[in-house]
Write a new protein. Structure first.
Length: 278
């Protein structure tokens, strides 16, 4: 339960907190492995290089699930190397393609899987929406209880909260993806409505850019660092947009500036006729 959780505190001088989100990296067991024809190691490295050029100063990096494509320890070890190129701590979530035991074996002794991070005026919460053996997501009673306790504590301390998970808690307009929505999303949002300090929800899984408002919350999803999904598609459909990342600037007053950036200057191979891989 929440009382047993360790809060990871990151030193910060105050002011704007600069965050990067990298998501759905889908690293294969071996370097050079592909997803729909795209080399996911190569695409991740190009995104890392782009982010380092555009955002040389970063306070926090969030990797929001589907970090490997099959849960191999070798994939997580390589991911550590890619993320070590940033001069900041990174925190990871599991997605439906991940194996938590393998991830834990690789990052043992680190704070990478911390559920609560506090930095400056902000609390960042990392919720586990993975359901073993399922593609879709669910939070469940334990995660919702943790969320409630964490938000109660942050409210007492006057912090703003950014809530992260892998799966989408709202429909995104793709019929096939909307079948994978967080099944207890109503309970999730009912809880968030009680806490005005909860400012935004950030997720992965959908391999596309989303930025909208709902119940006073900023809702954001982001491009994958590899293959993209076509918005509005009734069935699985890859998109020809290039890989990318999201940047966020968390301000002391609770406002968030954010945007996405893509690797436009590299040609990537992707099978646009594929019927899926989930």
């Amino acid at each position: 339960m929440y009382a047993d959780q360790i809060i990871q505190r990151i030193d910060h001088p105050g002011g704007v907190v600069r965050v990067l989100q990298l998501t759905d990296t889908h690293l294969c067991r071996d370097s050079g492995g592909t997803l729909l024809g795209m080399d996911t190691d190569h695409s991740l490295q190009t995104v890392v290089e782009l982010a380092k050029r555009e955002r040389p100063e970063v306070d926090l990096l969030l990797a929001t699930g589907d970090l490997s494509d099959g849960g191999a320890e070798s994939a997580y070890r390589r991911l550590q190397g890619y993320l070590a190129q940033f001069d900041c701590e990174s925190f990871w979530l599991t997605g439906n393609h991940d194996e938590r035991a393998a991830m834990e074996a690789v990052i043992a002794g680190s704070d990478t899987l911390s559920r609560e991070i506090r930095i400056a005026d902000w609390q960042v919460l990392m919720l586990d929406s993975q359901v073993a053996g399922e593609v879709g997501g669910r939070l469940g009673e334990d995660e919702l209880a943790f969320l409630e306790s964490a938000l109660e504590a942050s409210q007492l301390e006057g912090l703003h909260s950014l809530v992260c998970l892998h799966h989408h808690p709202v429909e995104v307009g793709c019929e096939w993806l909307d079948e994978q929505i967080v099944t207890d999303a109503d309970a999730f949002f009912a809880l968030l409505e009680r806490f005005p300090g909860a400012k935004a929800v950030l997720w992965g899984h959908v391999h596309q850019q989303i930025d909208r408002r709902f119940l006073g919350l900023r809702l954001m999803a982001s491009p994958s660092t590899c293959v993209q999904f076509a918005p509005g598609s009734p069935g699985f459909k890859a998109d020809d947009l290039p890989p990318g990342y999201r940047w966020l600037e968390l301000r002391p007053n609770g406002e968030i500036d954010t945007g996405i950036s893509r690797v436009w200057d590299v040609d990537f191979t992707v099978d646009l006729e594929s019927g899926g891989y989930l």
